[in-house]
Design a protein around this ligand. Sequence first.
Ligand code: NAD
Length: 353
Amino acid sequence: MKIAILPGDGIGPEIMAEALKVLDALRRDGLKIEMESALVGGAAYDAYGHPLPAATLKLAEQADAVLFGSVGSPRHDALPREHRPEKAILGLRKECDFFANLRPATVFPELADASTLRAEVVAGLDLMIIRELTGDIYFGEPRGVSGEKGARIGVNTMHYTEAQIRRIMHVGFRTARQRNKRLCSIDKMNVLEAMQLWRDIAIEVAPEYPDVELSHMLVDNAAMQLIRNPKQFDVMVAGNMFGDILSDEASMLTGSIGMLPSASLDTNGKGLYEPIHGSAPDIAGRGIANPLAQILSLGMMLRYTFNLVEWADRVDGAVKKTLAQGLRTADIAKAGESVCSTSAMGAAVLKNL
Ligand code: NAD
C-alpha cells in the first residue's frame, strides 16, 4: 500500500503533521503503508512555478491513495487562473478520475450543541452523502443563453449515461455495506426522465447487494427530511447537482468545519482524502487549527481504499475519546471552555490510539 502525502498551503502542513504522527504510530503497530510527500498548491507554485507539478501528479497517479491537506493563499490569488493553488485539486480529480465524492456528516455527541439545530436532533448523527462528480446538468449539452435581450433563453441539460449512474450506485452500495447497510437513492423521477433512469439503474444494481436495503426519496423531500430527522439516513447517493446541495446542507448539521473529512474515489476505490475546509489563511502559522478533519481523513482512507476497517475504527475511536476527554481547539470550543493547540490535540489523539 502506497500513499502520496500532499500537505499544501496554510494550515495544511500543520494539520498534516498531526495526521502523520497517527500514521507513524499505526505503522509501528504493523500497518504496512509506504508514503512519499510532495509539494502542491501555492507551495508547489513557489518552488516549481506550477500548483500541480508533473512530479506531484505522477506520485499521486502511482499511489493507491492520496492524503491531501488544503491549498490556497491570498498571496497567490492574483495569479492567472491556471496557476492558482486551487487548480491543483481540480487537476488531481480530473487526471485520476475521482468521480465519487463521499462526505460524511458526523456529529460527535460532545459537539452536538455546535449545530444550529437542536442538540437532540443531531446528537449521534452519522450520515454519509455520496455525490456523483462527472455528469448531470453541470456538463450536459446543449447549454448556454441565446436570443435577443428581452426574449433570451437560458438552457442547461440534465444528462446521465447508464454507465455513470451504474458506477456511482456501486460506490453507494459498497459504502452502505461497510456501514449500517441502508442506501437511500435521491432522485426527481416524478418530473425528470433522466432521474427515472437514475432510479431504474439503482433498482437494477440492487440485487448484487442483497445485504443492503435500498430506498428512494425525491430530492425535495430529502432536503426537508435532512432538517426534520437527519438520523433516519445511513448512506445517501445523489447526482451531481442534488448531491452538491444536499452535502452542503448536511455538513452544516454538524456545525464544525474543522471536524469533517471527505473522500473522492475512482472506480477501483483509489481515493483522494482531505478535510472539507480550506487552508484557513486567517489562522495559519498560529498553531491553533483543528487537526481532527485531517486525522479523520486518514481514517476514511484506511476504511474506503484499503478496507482496513479495524484500523480505521481505531483512528475514529481515538478521536471520539479525545473529544470525550474535553479537548477542544478554538473552532469547537464553547464560550468559556479552555482551548488547546493543534499539536496538543494531535498528541491527545495519539495517546488515545
Ligand atoms: P476555509 O475553509 O479555509 O476557512 C473558513 C473559516 O473556517 C476560517 O475562519 C478558518 O479559520 C476556519 N477553519 C477552517 N478550517 C479550520 C480548522 N481546521 N480549524 C479551525 N478553523 C478552521 O475557507 P476560506 O477562508 O473561504 O478559504 C481559504 C483558502 O482555502 C482559499 O484560498 C480557498 O480557495 C481555499 N480552499 C481550498 C480547499 C481545498 O484545498 N480543497 C477547499 C476550500 C477552500
